[in-house]
Write a protein that binds this ligand. Structure first.
Ligand SMILES: NC(=O)c1ccc[n+]([C@@H]2O[C@H](COP(=O)([O-])OP(=O)(O)OC[C@H]3O[C@@H](n4cnc5c(N)ncnc54)[C@H](OP(=O)(O)O)[C@@H]3O)[C@@H](O)[C@H]2O)c1
Length: 307
């Protein structure tokens, strides 16, 4: 099996990489931090391909996807594409500086979904098989205060994935939407509010891989958060507003440091990395790839982990 995963350098993506490597898959690992991807790949069983790419750089990501398709052509091409890369920060529309953070969150959490899937779609259609997986969030179910960009981006992701799924019906290409609840990763580490049913990334990854195998159309992991999400959806606005108006907010200090043009200039060089990406030959068993990968410093550390 050949699996392409974005946001593989940390948290959920690193745990999914470990899960699929354990299952014997050949992986295409995407994230901005090349050195963390290298550490992760070296900790996994099997030989894998790494692409140090910013997912908001459409052409660099497409080049990476084509490189992975080529690299795996002899073994049938890409079977599963997981668009997982995502960022979160508190955003308040009334602050001018938060508008750039909103743009960055949308670019990463929404537009990059399409950039990730696009380069695989024609080949998957031609083969009459393949699975496109989008990592959304229960945060996309209702708008929570202080997370005006993140909640809206995940709502957009859920609806985008549904359009794609229905549009591809009958083609052999399946679309799976996974909405995580609270998963213990750097993204949630600074959340100031209670996180019910907080789940470890390796537990999440094992459940997600099973859901992907069964090609479910939509699932919430862990499932009790799915029940909570359904109830929240049913709650009348008056009750919802009263219950959540006083909720603690995500820190928005990070939103002011979210990068935009600076990242674009670095990706011009990573595009080259993508097209010349090398397969690793590490065979060491993974001790704790998710934890190990999270240990590296990322380019805009403070901004992306405001969770
Ligand atoms: N943790 C939760 O409770 C939770 C709940 C609901 C949904 N989710 C979703 O799950 C996904 C993964 O989150 P996580 O909790 O695992 O967060 P995380 O530990 O912060 O990991 C985020 C990953 O995305 C990558 N990434 C971010 N921006 C990128 C960019 N522009 N280009 C390429 N890669 C980028 C990061 O790699 P680099 O920094 O190396 O680029 C990192 O590998 C996100 O979509 C998130 O919204 C998480």
């Amino acid at each position: 099996m050949n699996v392409f995963i974005t946001g593989a350098s940390s948290g959920i993506g690193a745990a999914l990489a470990a899960e699929y490597a354990r299952r014997g898959a050949t992986l295409g690992l995407v994230a901005r931090r090349a050195e963390v991807l290298a550490q992760l790949a070296a900790s996994l069983p099997g030989a894998h391909h790494r692409y140090a790419v910013d997912v908001t750089d459409k052409d660099a990501l497409i080049a990476a996807a084509h490189a992975f398709e080529q690299a795996t052509a002899a073994s049938g091409g890409t079977d599963v594409v997981i668009a997982n890369a995502g960022i979160s920060a508190g955003v308040l529309t009334e602050h001018y500086e938060d508008l750039a953070a909103l743009e960055r969150i949308y670019a990463t959490n929404v537009f990059a979904l399409a950039y990730t899937f696009h380069p695989f779609m024609a080949a998957m259609r031609a083969r009459g098989r393949g699975t496109l997986v989008g990592v959304a969030s229960v945060a996309g179910i209702r708008g929570l205060p202080g997370t005006e960009a993140y909640c809206a981006s995940k709502a957009a992701a859920i609806t985008y994935l549904e359009s794609l799924r229905v549009g591809l019906r009958g083609s052999g290409v399946r679309v799976v939407t996974i909405a995580p609840g609270f998963i213990r990763t750097p993204l949630t580490a600074r959340n100031p509010y209670p996180m019910p049913f907080l789940t470890d990334p390796d537990v999440f990854a094992a459940r997600a891989a099973r859901a992907i195998e069964r090609q479910v159309s939509y699932t919430v992991i862990p499932w009790p958060m799915g029940v909570v999400a359904k109830l929240l959806r049913l709650l009348p606005n008056a009750l919802f507003d009263r219950a959540f108006a006083g909720r603690q907010r995500k820190p928005r200090d990070a939103a002011t440091t979210i990068t935009t043009p600076a990242t674009t200039s670095t990706t011009a060089t990573t595009a080259t990395t993508a097209t010349t990406a090398t397969a690793t030959t590490a065979t060491t068993a993974a001790a704790s790839p998710a934890a190990g990968a999270a240990a590296g410093a990322r380019p805009d550390d403070a901004s992306d982990r405001a969770g």
